[in-house]
Ligand binder design. Structure first.
Ligand code: ADP
Ligand code: MG
Length: 667
């Protein structure tokens, strides 16, 4: 049976069932075989009812001999079914699930899973999982049994049968794309064995071998794509070349009110060396929040301008674009370099004027949002594309900006420190620079977690800080559903705070605000006319207001640790120490523990690792992150070693010298 065959042509699958399967993403036989079970139930040994161990989760089976329904009081329905198997009996009990008795009808055979207890002098299992067995249903018991994530209208039993049918009919012809030699080198089982083992393994070892093989395939595919990209780029020559660093760049660096840190200097040297090479730069610059990536980017952009070319800096939010533009202007405009801003929220006329200057080659550096990669935008001589806060863009988007030039240099920057294994997953084909220390004198933001009843304390502290002449942020709980909802919640919180802090001025920014309005609010805050800024996560990246010393985060448990670390990086950027008060919204013990961890961690890398462990890679990047490749079976954390093996094989397959893992140099 071919893997491309559509499931609707399988025996027992009509259009109706095919539609349900499609909801799970299963269209072909191949999809079905790769639809991995959520877990397996060990039904190899089924306990005779006479030997059910009390207090232990067990699988058992029996025939329903009796059932009844009790309604001891309003609002409570107790459904009971009694199972027997010749060795003993057990009573199954469900609360307020009257439909259970339709399944557990007398005469039917059930296999069930649950923990038995002594109640009223008999064995009872409350709220067991169960399945109804039908004649000849040997797939469902006496073995390791897969449990799938299903949708309404499908059941476990049917799904197992379908997969089994396909494995039995078609298993023999699954062709293995991996050469025998590679498989034995890496101790991988055949694809055929893996596809069978992932559904119906003989035991847990068999299951792990299957999982490892399928995980390898995912990682290998991804690493091959990265390696292919690297091979394609090898030998490519960029369209525009650089001269040596000139007076402009030197002047900018000399005019800085501070000395670059060792990490900044090293990164800048690495970037400059790349610029001078004939092939385009393809580099990731990593550095914790506040490590000073912007000046490094600026010094690279100036090299482009100096050589008579253009540079572009793309950032994920308008707010950040506006702010970067303002900061960079201060650096480059005194040197006579024109800096433009391009965002979607800008008035049309302004945007068009900027676009004209870019096309005519009049603009040297442009800062913007994804408006930069819109169709109508043309650059006369784009030599360097810089993407800030790359983790907030998708992988595809990072490719779009360079397409505006003739094989330009590309620098991506990220402040979510990315654990090593994820770097290989996401940026395995890039060179990496690391700024590994903060500018001198920067103290870690003191972070406190406050339970719900201590909200008043938090605002009391904020009041004192503001009273002492500092500025404060209040961050609203995360609402991912819609920008509009987030905006509404922010407005409510601002109103509430305005009543209390009338004299200090309470500003409000959120993602739905028009450009001008937001710009005005930011200006009021920066200049201290409004001393408290209520905001959604639009301020997460890049905000740089040195007078801000305190941040209160409402509903902190909704945020990831890495995100909170980003947020708190907004305070304590000046001379006074910074404080971050994490307020609990609806707390759970796990959330409390997670948030308390953050109070003790100051290094962004440690935070990222902790976050990744707590929530897994998908959540780690938040739902808006699209950069993570589709990994279903593989887990870049758990399968770190496998990832390295897949990477080596991918490089071999693409005929590349195995590159040293793209690891940042530590100072
Ligand atoms: P991030 O890496 O988070 O983007 P920024 O580039 O926004 O950090 O820099 C944070 C702040 O640190 C800015 O106010 C910047 O001017 C300042 N800064 C950058 N480099 C240094 C340095 N070497 N010494 C002192 N301050 C610095
Ligand atoms: Mg930054």
């Amino acid at each position: 049976m071919e893997l491309e065959r559509e499931v609707r042509y399988l025996r027992g699958v009509g259009p109706g069932r095919a539609a349900l399967l499609a909801r799970l993403g299963i269209r072909t036989v191949g999809d079905l075989l790769r639809y991995c079970p959520r877990r397996h139930e060990d039904r190899r040994s089924i306990a005779p009812l006479g030997q059910l161990a009390v207090g232990q989760a067990t699988t058992f089976r029996g025939r329903v001999v009796d059932q009844r329904e009790l309604r001891p009081r309003a609002g409570l329905v107790i459904s009971q079914a009694v199972l027997e198997d010749g060795t003993g009996r057990v009573r199954l009990v469900w609360f307020n699930q009257p439909w259970r008795l339709r399944d557990a009808a007398p005469g039917r055979e059930l296999v069930a899973f649950g923990t038995a207890q002594w109640r009223y002098r008999e064995l009872q299992v409350q709220n067991p999982e169960y399945e109804v067995l039908e004649g000849g249903d040997l797939l469902q018991v006496g073995r390791m049994v897969p449990v799938y994530r299903l949708t309404e209208g499908l059941n476990q039993r049917g799904m197992r049968r379908l997969v089994w049918q396909v494995l039995e009919d078609g298993g023999a012809v699954v062709e293995d794309p991996l050469p025998e030699e590679l498989r034995s080198r890496r101790s991988l089982v055949s694809l055929q064995r893996a596809l069978r083992g992932i559904h119906f393994p003989a035991d847990f070892l068999d299951l792990e071998a299957a999982r490892r093989r399928l995980a390898f395939d995912e990682l290998f595919g991804m690493q091959k794509a990265l390696a292919a990209g690297r091979r394609e780029r090898a030998g490519v020559v960029k369209g525009l070349r650089y001269g040596p660093p000139g007076a402009l760049t030197r002047a900018m660096l000399e005019r800085l009110p501070f000395a670059l840190t060792a990490g900044q200097r090293r990164s800048l040297e690495e970037i400059w060396a790349d610029l001078e090479r004939p092939e385009p730069m393809y580099r990731l610059l990593q550095g914790d929040v506040g490590s000073g990536k912007t000046v490094v980017a600026a010094a690279a952009l100036l090299r482009a301008v100096e050589a008579g070319h253009q540079g572009a800096l793309m950032v994920p939010t308008e707010l950040l674009a506006e702010q970067h533009a303002a900061n960079l202007r201060r650096l480059v405009e005194p040197l006579g370099v024109r800096l433009d801003l391009l965002t979607g929220g800008q008035p049309k006329r302004e945007r068009e004027a900027v676009q004209e200057r870019l096309a005519a080659g009049e603009a040297g550096v442009v800062v913007g949002t994804h408006a930069l990669v819109q169709e109508g935008v043309r650059f006369a001589r784009l030599a360097l594309a810089v993407i800030d806060e790359q983790h907030r863009f998708g992988v595809r988007q990072r490719e779009l900006l360079p397409e505006k030039g003739e094989r330009p240099d590309l620098l991506v920057m990220t402040a979510t420190p990315i654990p090593r294994t994820l770097i290989l997953t996401l940026y395995g084909d890039m060179a990496v620079s690391l700024i590994d220390s903060l500018p001198p004198g920067r103290r870690p933001v003191k972070t406190f977690f406050l339970e719900r009843n201590r909200r008043e304390e938090a605002y009391g502290f904020l009041e004192r800080q503001v009273g002492a002449g500092h500025l404060a942020y209040v961050v609203c709980p995360l609402i991912e559903e819609s920008e509009a909802m987030a905006a509404r919640a922010a407005a409510q919180l601002a109103d509430q705070l305005r009543r209390r802090f009338a004299g200090d001025g309470v500003g409000l920014v959120h993602g739905r605000m028009p450009f001008r309005e937001r710009e005005a609010v930011m200006e009021e805050f920066r200049t201290g006319r409004q001393r408290i800024l209520v905001a959604t996560t639009v301020i997460e990246v890049g905000m740089d207001v040195p007078e801000a010393t305190v941040m209160v985060v409402e509903g902190a448990e909704r945020f990831g640790l890495a995100q909170l670390h980003q947020l708190r990086g907004r305070v304590g950027r000046g001379d006074a120490p910074g404080y971050c008060l994490l307020l609990e919204g609806k707390g759970t013990p796990e959330a409390r523990e997670r948030l308390s961890t953050l109070a003790g961690l100051t290094d962004g890398f440690a935070v990222a690792e902790a976050d990744l462990k707590a929530r897994g890679p998908g959540e780690f990047f938040g739902t808006r992150q699209h950069g993570l490749p589709d990994l279903v079976v593989a887990d870049p954390l758990r399968d770190a070693d496998l990832l390295l093996e897949a990477r080596e094989e991918a490089q071999l397959a693409e005929g590349l010298e195995p590159a040293a893992a793209a690891l940042p140099r530590r100072g």
